[in-house]
Ligand binder design. Structure first.
Ligand code: G4P
Length: 285
């Protein structure tokens, strides 16, 4: 499912996204609530023009709720519409539809005054791979209608998927590439599972996750792996990783231990975690 992004693909993805944006009333920019800034592609700001846009923080069930609230306030303070949903479990989707209707209401009111009946609201879902675009399309229109596994570069006729009587959704999401340039962002994307593990070494991602958990959620590490405070405080993260690998019987197989930690992290066995934290926005701007 991971896409190899080359400059030609990026140019094409950008062109396709721009063309699709021109067809709709509202852009739903889908990001991962755990890393709302790192899972955005800033290119969207260049191609979106004046089109209304809602930044939708998906997978809110996996993110730290307090930090999700921070980000929602942050976007609001910048005059950007934002909301959090959990497409997987159908949370927040009605509110998202309500927001879209509110955005269009002034336009439809004006049209009504001219004697023109409101038409369906046209939407596109746009975002980097793995933020849940296909899942959201499926939730909106139902499994049988939506198509998944779209890749950039596979051109086909645009189809509109109708739902809720007053919406039409482009059947293929707009796909933009993730921000690879910043190594921190790359690590966050890898830790969240957004980019495949082959791109970065498992132990590198694991050390990042351990380091992050040590810093922000140490208690969860202690509990999950029956560690002591001094295991965390009195040695480097690398030594902690080595200690854990031995402790859980993996001998020198760091890859296995790493997989286990990443699995725990991604399956919420270490709790809900947000990787983009307050006051980090400047580094991703
Ligand atoms: P994409 O089209 O943007 O590429 O993303 P897609 O819908 O395929 O979703 C990527 C993964 O994220 C899927 O997991 C999907 O079930 C999960 N997902 C989507 N929305 C939510 C959400 O709101 N909450 C949670 N917890 N998960 C969500 P998957 O099929 O298991 O794929 P993977 O684990 O192999 O990446």
């Amino acid at each position: 499912k991971t896409i190899q992004w080359f400059p030609g693909h990026m140019a094409k993805a950008r062109r396709e996204a721009t063309e699709k944006i021109n067809l709709v009333d509202i852009v739903i920019e889908l990001v991962d609530a755990r890393l709302p800034e790192s899972s955005r592609n800033p290119i969207i700001n260049e191609i979106i023009g004046n089109k209304p846009r809602i930044i939708v923080l998906n997978k809110m069930d996996m993110a730290d709720g307090a930090i999700t609230d921070y980000w929602l306030n942050y976007y609001q303070s910048k005059g950007i519409r934002a909301m959090a949903i959990d497409a997987q479990h159908n949370k927040g989707l009605k509110q998202l539809q309500t927001q879209c209707r509110e955005i269009m209401q002034p336009y439809f009111d004006k049209k009504m005054a001219q004697g023109v009946k409101p038409r369906a609201i046209r939407l596109i879902i746009l975002g980097i791979p793995n933020v849940g675009k296909s899942t959201l399309i499926n939730r909106f229109v139902g499994k049988n209608q939506a198509q998944t596994g779209n890749k950039p570069g596979v051109t086909k006729a645009q189809r509109w998927l109708k739902f809720e009587k007053d919406f039409e959704l482009l059947d293929t999401p707009g796909i933009l590439w993730p921000k690879f340039e910043d190594p921190q962002v790359g690590l966050k994307l890898a830790a969240s599972g957004a980019i495949k593990d082959q791109l970065l070494a498992i132990d590198e991602i694991t050390l990042y996750v351990l380091d992050f958990m040590k810093q922000y959620y140490p208690q969860r590490l202690l509990e999950r792996y029956q560690l002591t405070a001094s295991d965390l405080d009195d040695q480097s993260t690398t030594d902690l990783f080595i200690q854990m690998t031995a402790k859980f019987g993996y001998q020198d197989d760091y890859e296995q231990m790493g997989q286990r930690i990443l699995h725990d992290f991604r399956q919420l066995n270490l709790g809900r975690v947000s990787l983009d934290r307050p006051n980090e926005e400047a580094s991703h701007a």
